[in-house]
Write a protein that binds this ligand. Sequence first.
Ligand SMILES: NC(=O)c1ccc[n+]([C@@H]2O[C@H](COP(=O)([O-])OP(=O)(O)OC[C@H]3O[C@@H](n4cnc5c(N)ncnc54)[C@H](O)[C@@H]3O)[C@@H](O)[C@H]2O)c1
Length: 419
Amino acid sequence: MITVIGLGFVGLTTALGFAHKGYTVYGFDTNKDKMEALRRCEIPFFEPELSEALKENMDKRFFLSDSLSEAVDNSKVIFLCVGTPSDETGLADLSQLLNAVKDILKSIKNGQYKIMVIKSTIPPSTTNEVIKPFIENQGFKVGKDIGLTNNPEFLREGTSWNDFLHPDRVVIGTDDDTVFSVLSELYKPFGAPIHKVSYNTAEFIKYLSNTLLSTLISFSNEMSMIAYTHGDIDISKSFKILSEDRRWSGTPDGMTSYVYPGCGFGGYCLPKDTRAMYAAAKSKGYEATLLKSVLQINDNIKHFLIQRFSKETDTSNRVGILGLSFKPDTNDVRETPAAPIIKYLTESGYTKIIVYDPMAMEEFRQTFNSDVEYADNFEDMLSRCDCFIIVTWWKEFEAKKELLLQKKVYDFRYAIQRG
Ligand SMILES: NC(=O)c1ccc[n+]([C@@H]2O[C@H](COP(=O)([O-])OP(=O)(O)OC[C@H]3O[C@@H](n4cnc5c(N)ncnc54)[C@H](O)[C@@H]3O)[C@@H](O)[C@H]2O)c1
């Protein structure tokens, strides 16, 4: 049996979704008007398909609880789906969530083990730094008296019913095997991949998804403002033509290649075209702040990675740079991230830098006046270095990964984990 606390868009959909799958679900909300509307089998907000789902399940598998203690008493697993709005400084206001947690703890009878599932969206570190200590301060040991997990929700208003019943993925943030096994069993009927991650990762994934979406929307809006500033540009047609690019549908290279962290974009087109678009807009009187940030971040990421590297690595180390072209399967080194990375390494005091690339050695030598040594081949490189930085992930490196991993590797492309 499942209890859902907070019956808004997410809570009601969650409650009815689990009921639809055959579970017995209890729901509770502090908003009396909402509870009254639900009792009349009315959805208190507009959301397609929920009305039918409510009628189908009300008092059969979905029950409204009159009190929180009844709702808590009825189930082992309690989903918290209360609001987390912005506070006046822009941070997530956790007061609804902490009030709900406090009230739930007060309602737990002696010795009853409960699993609290935080479905509300909360920023990374909140479960670890706020929720868990909050629970333990009330005298409950997390992992013993209480199971705790973060289980972000990805549904979209307007299609919440379908999104909930057919999730792309289920994310379960916990290091507790019991909690994971209970939650994964609950989600089994939904047929989606289920991921066990840390609390912070689960929280982060939700923001990763949402901030990506907001960035893409702002990007499109900035482009529309640039287009408008120039004039004589059919904005909607331009965007429709943009989506005809096969990369959006995964051929030859999925969008995921772009939506993946690394050490920045390079090559001929992206850096110069972004700069040009920014400059052209400026010349027309529009300051394209998002594009400015996109470029700034492209530089920041390299400084950031080198700073992290140098904190861990003494300057006496012989540092190997794996990959010199701006991406694999080309010998193009124009604006390759390898060049600024080597420059920042040199500025940080590293004097012994050895480089290797299956295809772009000569181009790199001719284009950049870098004070580096060129290895004869991969094996030569391995024998001459103490540690490696992956800048471009070639198939040759993938094939020789085991050899590489015998030394300390700094994977600036997150390529090894990507597989
Ligand atoms: N709306 C979405 O599309 C969406 C999608 C994914 C995640 N989320 C996240 O899910 C959470 C809930 O969002 P929502 O849109 O359902 O919010 P909502 O405001 O529609 O619903 C929250 C409900 O919680 C109730 N509530 C508040 N405090 C309570 C308490 N102590 N006990 C019982 N009930 C209480 C409120 O009365 C309200 O009905 C938020 O963290 C949100 O960011 C929302």
